[in-house]
Design a protein around this ligand. Structure first.
Ligand code: NI
Length: 180
């Protein structure tokens, strides 16, 4: 269950990767067993990184599901969103310097609606609706984007995106070289 944070962290895919660009499918009842295994492993990977959100496509699973934790002061606040849908979004925007566990050490200012209303199912399959602002609004939109194969760098200029992707590729080559 989601309370089990001792699960083995599931490896996170690094961009560019074709599975990060793919659209995920809806979670159905038949996915329940797979989800029970996946959710704790995703939380473990996210806490280990550490990060505040991780979507299933980032671990190579094409399901519309993500885990989020905006914990402050080390008090965990795990949130599982399954089949999320943005029902409403404000016209006014919020700019936040975003990062992503699939683009380690890369950051860019991204502008998104400041307030959103999201419908989703929780880990138990119960329908939930939340109105979010601030960091949670940004984080929810970032994770929901992942379910449609969209990364935060897809929201910035091609020039900035190419710079980030080149820098990431270089860092990954250096990291691979260190291990060799
Ligand atoms: Ni991300």
């Amino acid at each position: 269950m989601t309370e089990n944070y001792e699960a083995a962290p599931i490896p996170i895919l690094i961009a560019p990767h074709p599975l990060l660009k793919a659209r995920a499918r809806k979670v159905i009842a038949a996915d329940a067993d797979a989800m029970r295994v996946l959710i704790p492993r995703m939380f473990a990977a996210m806490y280990h990184a550490p990060g505040i959100g991780l979507a299933a496509p980032q671990v190579g699973v094409g399901l519309r599901m993500a885990v989020i934790d905006l914990a402050t002061n080390d008090i965990r606040a795990p949130l599982v969103i399954v089949n999320p849908e943005i029902m409403a979004a404000s016209a006014d925007l919020r700019v936040h310097e975003e990062g992503c566990l699939s683009l380690p050490h890369q950051f860019a200012d991204v502008s998104r609606p400041a307030r959103i209303k999201v419908r989703f199912e929780d880990a138990q399959g119960v329908r939930q609706e939340i109105e979010a602002d601030g960091l949670l609004a940004t984080c929810l939109q970032h994770e929901i984007d992942h379910l449609d194969g969209i990364l935060f760098v897809d929201h910035i200029s091609a020039l900035k995106r190419n710079m980030i992707m080149r820098k990431l590729a270089k860092e990954q080559r250096i990291k691979a070289g260190d291990k060799a």
